[in-house]
Design a protein around this ligand. Sequence first.
Ligand code: 0RA
Length: 663
Amino acid sequence: MSNVDAEKNGLTPSDYSADSIQVLEGLEAVRKRPSMYIGDVGVRGLHHLVYEVVDNSIDEALAGYCNSIQVYINEDNSITVTDNGRGIPTDFHEKEQKSALEVVLTVLHAGGKFNKDSYKVSGGLHGVGVSCVNALSIKLVATIHRNGKIYEQEYSQGKPLTEVKIIGDTDRTGTTVHFKPDAEIFNTLEYSYDILSTRMRELAFLNKGIELSITDKREKEEQTLEDGSSVEAFKTDTFHSELGLREFVDYLDVNREKLTEKPIYIEGEKNGVPVEIAFQYNTSFSENVHSYVNNINTIEGGTHLTGFRRGLTRTLKKYADESGALQKLKFEISGDDFREGLTAVVSVKVAEPQFEGQTKTKLGNSEVSLAVDQATSAALEAYLEENPKDARQIVQKVILAATARQAARKARELVQRKTVLSGSGLPGKLADCSERDPESCEIFFVEGDSAGGTAKQGRDRKFQAIMPLRGKILNVEKAMLHKIFENEEIKNIFTALGVTIGTEEDSKALNMEKLRYHKIVIMTDADVDGSHIATLIMTFFFRYMYDLIKEGYLYIATPPLYSVKKGNKMVYCWNDDERDRNIQELSGGRETSVHVQRYKGLGEMNAEQLWETTMNPENRVLRQVNIDSAAEADRIFSMLMGDEVPPRREFIEKHAKYAKIDA
Ligand code: 0RA
């Protein structure tokens, strides 16, 4: 720590104790290895900063002192988070020899230390606190309304630039944190409204009663007023849920046909663990169970999820047995059968969560399992007794699932036996690569035989395999399991990839030990049909090969939309802006009939062009498929692949690049 720094801290050199040096080292460590603290320095890490700040406000709300949180994306991609809590304390902290505010903002994990009376349960995935955000921001301003005064302090890269100043009087309390992420740290600085608003919506469902809003000051949109007139205003959404998880389940299932009228709801504390669960059966075939610990989406599950499944299965099985409905079945029903067409959200608050697993999103605390199990079975037992009609519907659904599973098992075994018997067993349509190390191998799933042929000619056969898919693959969102295993294209995808699915206990468990490629690329035409096919394939991966997406193996190829040609000079363009810029450039602003070609399909390119623009690792743009929110992805896939047309049309009009051109 230099003297200059010491002065900035408001300390004289003789003041700095071992403690304060440690403080600085703490934040230096965050800047040196940011990924250790926030996951990565890409899109995820950037958004993580916002969650970290909002989590502090949520804690304040859970402690009972705050009910409103606002997030602003400012014009310069800085963020402002405001709440109406008690305000971070600003009084002098004897041990650290600085204000409590400064301690919270400069000491790793300090936030909770002062907040003993509150039950600190939230705290982002890494739970590193707002000091981490401070360390990674080129500028951070904290404004506190407290004791009738407005206090403010400014920082840069975690270091205070000013003392805590009183800048005015106030009659409210609350905390505002304004920060701009540091370009030295992050490789992208642009915030996504969709990513942030999805998280705010999720937080509103998970913490009922709190109002969360988000406003994008970068973008104005037309808004229609009650009298029919319209105004330009910032894009904004406010989320607020009185019914919590019940509304979450309704939201997830809007595009599915419900089996019972209302979700079954459980709320209470069991053995000191606050448990909240809502679940609902629908007529679909997929299981959509989302679990959270302290507002963190535990995508790898854990003890809370095991407890829920166990409680659900045991209680339903007991009820079905006693009702005599299972007597005619010639086989045992399995745990899976109770979860087909089940949408559920399980949320627990755990004081000292132990997170395990590859992405540290698997709850390890063993005491939670029994708590959730008991809470589930007690509430479900009562529900089944009180709602015999619903109970019958659910049991019927379970029997249907069990019957279908039997059929599916036969179909699946057939596929997998065939693979073992017929040597390589690789599909005839697959043009494999010569390399064997999965890490350097890529497979392209290509729309149609004709583009498949071009891709086969254009590829580098050493590490690129081509697998043409015939037209539209099966919509797995609407198909029963055995139909899926019987489908030719889907069987080919499994065998080409070298993965198998299903064990005795879990009919959807994925075995990817023998996965043959670490880049799986969907390559379809840049038009509405192509997008549809890509979506069908992604839906299939999302429902049946989620782990491949989680590992980051799934990609989408982006063929160019245009070529602009003058004489023997030709450039490819991926959007309209690029096209217009290149027309300008090549024509030199004059009206000389520069030739513009719009590529509607992969088939319009020859092998060399396809290699050059879309497959050559040197030039191509591959978009990695990431799931920011499993719950939101679930809802969107069920909507895109479901029966209701209007929500789909609306979604496509809002998001699709090609819809306007071709539809
Ligand atoms: C420490 C102690 C107290 C509140 C907070 C921190 C607090 C932190 C944040 C971060 C964002 N919003 C916040 N609101 C409050 C308790 C203060 C007291 O006892 O009055």
